[in-house]
Structure formats: structure tokens, C-alpha cells
Design a protein. Structure first.
Lengths: 195, 193
């Protein structure tokens, strides 16, 4: 991965990093909002197909989804711990150099893990509001991808305000935990632990 | 030019999502695709086929798996049928009815869209049956994966027919009803997670 760099780390670029202005923030949040709203609109307008591709080895697509979501949830806990250490809030092997890579890779994996689940939700089931759990899950799902988009776009820019990453990271984490609570935990407590 | 890793992450996610959507669109016409929306019976001890409580529970898990498989096939066939047909689907009206199976605790909800019919029969406790089938001319012909059937006739206002299970036959009647806003459309089939 030589062509890829973590551009939010200091580089040899001659131009000093300018602080991101209000316009930049507006654009980043607007992009996230567009993703969230677009996801919700697609989920509402697309006629739920009821069926979608499945992964072999599980008894059904719901089982696949609740376990993938649970994997993402565990990775989200790694995200929280590693972020706290990187911000100096947890005195856990604070000097270790692997916290950053751990945070990035667990985040990437968590995000990619959620994608098949979300596509199944959107394609087979759609945005629904017939009870509180389902409405909360639908809203959280849309908000999660919006917040994630804003965070990723913000990461790729220099000079973001200090509150940006903690706030966006917190939003993404809250979204994912909420999604897990309203799907996987609900499933496990309703139907039992099953594969 | 250096690439920014967060943007790469976003792009990979977007490509993965796009690929999955394409896979879904391609696969949703094939019968072997798994059903998404089948939620197993909430109480694992319930038998989905026992109507009057006389049918001993065999193996609920195996039964549910069989139900799910059969329902998946039915739904996949329906999906295929809808895809294959030139589908004047946009113009078809959905008629919904609610009613009861006389002499039992069962209530019934029926939905007819074009030539497709879906019925949901339950007693609010242990019995929950989804039936799928056809509505041609004025005739309804539905079957559940677990073996129950509903046959009868319908008009825009009324459904009159027979509900048959391994325990016997009962008269089913239902009248046109406004589908409540809060309820998922019955044509969507069993619920979701």
C-alpha cells in the first residue's frame, strides 16, 4: 500500500495546514446528511424485495445479519478503547505505536462488516416505522452512514477543529451500538442465540 | 498523487454496497435465493401447525426450517413470476380484508394485489400462519408452507371461503377493511429484524 498514505498525519507538504473554515464543515456535514437522507429515501421508495442474497453456513439471512452486526459491535468496542487511549483518556499502553493502526483497521473492518447487513436491510426490508424498535433502527441506520461519511471526509482533510473527531466518532459509535441493540440484541433475546 | 485512506475506505464500502445491490437484483429472480423476511415463531415451543392444540409438536425447529424453506421457494417463485411478467403492477390495486375463521379463535387478514394473494391467520398466541397463492377471476387459492390452505371467492368487499388444516375445515369470512397505517403491509410477508 505504498501509494496510500494517512494524509491527516503530518506530511512533507510545504503549505501549512490551514484551519478548516465554517464552509468546509458545512460541506462535510451536508455530505453526511445527504448520505443519511439518501439512504432513508432509497429505503422508503424501493419496494422491499423480501429476499436477498444469503451467506452459506447460517440458517437464514437474519442470523447472518445479527452475527455480522455483533462482530461490528465488538469492533466498535475496540474503536472506543483505542480512541480513548489515543486521546490520552485511558492509561493503557499509552505509548504503544499500534493503537493508531489498530483503530484504523478495526474501524475499516467494522464498517465493511456493516455494509452487507445494511444492503440487506435496504434491499429486502426497507425503511420501516411500524413499531418503535424498527423506526429507531431505520433512523439509526441512516444516521450511522451519514455520520461515518462525514467522519471519513473530515479525516481526509487537515486542520479540522479538535472537537470534530471525538464528536463524529462518538456519533458513529452511538449509531452502531444503537443498531446492535435494536437488531441483534432484540433478536437474541426474542429468539435465543442461534446461528 | 497520494490517496487518502479514509476516502479509500468510503470508496471500498460504496463499491461493496453497489456490488451487493447488483448481486441482489440479479439473484432475486432465482428460486434458490433465501427468503429474507421470514421471522421464526417468537416462542420456540410453539407449533405452527397445531390449530386446536391436538396436533402433537414434532420437532419445532425442523418444522420451522421446513416452513421457511417452503415459504422461501414460494416467495421466490412469486418474485420470479412478478419479474417475468410484463407486470402492470404499478396500476394494480391492493384490496385488504379482515375476518375470522368461524368456530375457532383464529382471525385472518387477507391481501389481494393483482393476481397475488397473501393471508395471515393467527390466534394472537401460538398459531401464526402465512399463506400465499393466487387470486384469479373471483377465486382465491392459497397455501401455507406448513400445509394449511385457504380457498374461496372474493369481491372487492368480501371474502368467503374455507380454511383447511390437518385438524379439519372451517368457514372463513372476511370483509374489506382499511389496513392500519401502523401495520406493515401484509403483502410484505412475515416481519423483519
Amino acid at each position: 500500500m505504498t501509494a496510500v498514505s494517512d494524509s491527516y498525519l503530518p506530511t512533507a507538504a510545504p503549505t501549512p495546514a490551514r484551519a478548516a473554515g465554517a464552509l468546509t464543515l458545512l460541506v462535510l456535514f451536508a455530505a453526511g446528511a445527504a448520505v443519511a437522507i439518501g439512504t432513508g429515501v432509497y429505503g422508503s421508495l424501493h419496494e422491499p424485495a423480501g429476499i436477498a442474497v444469503n451467506i452459506a453456513g447460517f440458517s437464514g439471512p437474519l442470523e447472518v445479519k445479527v452475527w455480522l452486526t455483533s462482530l461490528a459491535f465488538v469492533l466498535a468496542i475496540v474503536q472506543l478503547v483505542s480512541a480513548l487511549v489515543m486521546y490520552g483518556r485511558l492509561p493503557l499502553a499509552a505509548g504503544a505505536r499500534w493503537w493508531g493502526p489498530l483503530h484504523r483497521w478495526s474501524g475499516r473492518l467494522a464498517f465493511l462488516t456493516t455494509v452487507p447487513v445494511a444492503i440487506h436491510c435496504l434491499y429486502a426490508l426497507g425503511f420501516q416505522s411500524y413499531d418503535t424498535r424498527v423506526l429507531a433502527h431505520s433512523l439509526l441506520g441512516c444516521a450511522f452512514y451519514g455520520a461515518f461519511t462525514t467522519k471519513m471526509l473530515g479525516l481526509s482533510r487537515k486542520g479540522m477543529p479538535g472537537w470534530f473527531m471525538p464528536v463524529l466518532g462518538g456519533a458513529v459509535l452511538t449509531g452502531l451500538v444503537g443498531l446492535w441493540l435494536t437488531s441483534s440484541l432484540w433478536f437474541f433475546t426474542t429468539f435465543g442465540i442461534r446461528f | 498523487m497520494k490517496l487518502s485512506t479514509p476516502l479509500v475506505t468510503l470508496a471500498i464500502g460504496a463499491v461493496l454496497a453497489g456490488g451487493l445491490v447488483v448481486a441482489n437484483v440479479v439473484n432475486s429472480a432465482r428460486p434458490e435465493t433465501a427468503v429474507a423476511a421470514t421471522v421464526p415463531n417468537p416462542d420456540p415451543s410453539d407449533s405452527q401447525t397445531s390449530i386446536a392444540g391436538s396436533d402433537p409438536v414434532k420437532d419445532p425447529a425442523a418444522e420451522r426450517a421446513a416452513n421457511r424453506q417452503a415459504a422461501a421457494e414460494l416467495r421466490a417463485q412469486q418474485a420470479k413470476a412478478t419479474q417475468d411478467a410484463p407486470a402492470p403492477a404499478a396500476a394494480t390495486v391492493t384490496w385488504t380484508y379482515k375476518g375470522a375463521v368461524a368456530g375457532t379463535d383464529l382471525t385472518a387478514a387477507i391481501s389481494v394485489t393483482g393476481e397475488e394473494a397473501v393471508a395471515y391467520v393467527c390466534d394472537g398466541e401460538s398459531v401464526e400462519i402465512w399463506l400465499y397463492g393466487t387470486a384469479t377471476d373471483a377465486s382465491l387459492d392459497l397455501a401455507a408452507a406448513s400445509g394449511e390452505t385457504v380457498t374461496g371467492t372474493f369481491t372487492p368487499d368480501l371474502v368467503g371461503g374455507v380454511f383447511t388444516s390437518s385438524d379439519g375445515q372451517w368457514t372463513l369470512s372476511a370483509a374489506s377493511a382499511q389496513w392500519p397505517d401502523w401495520a406493515p403491509p401484509i403483502a410484505d410477508g412475515p416481519g423483519q429484524a
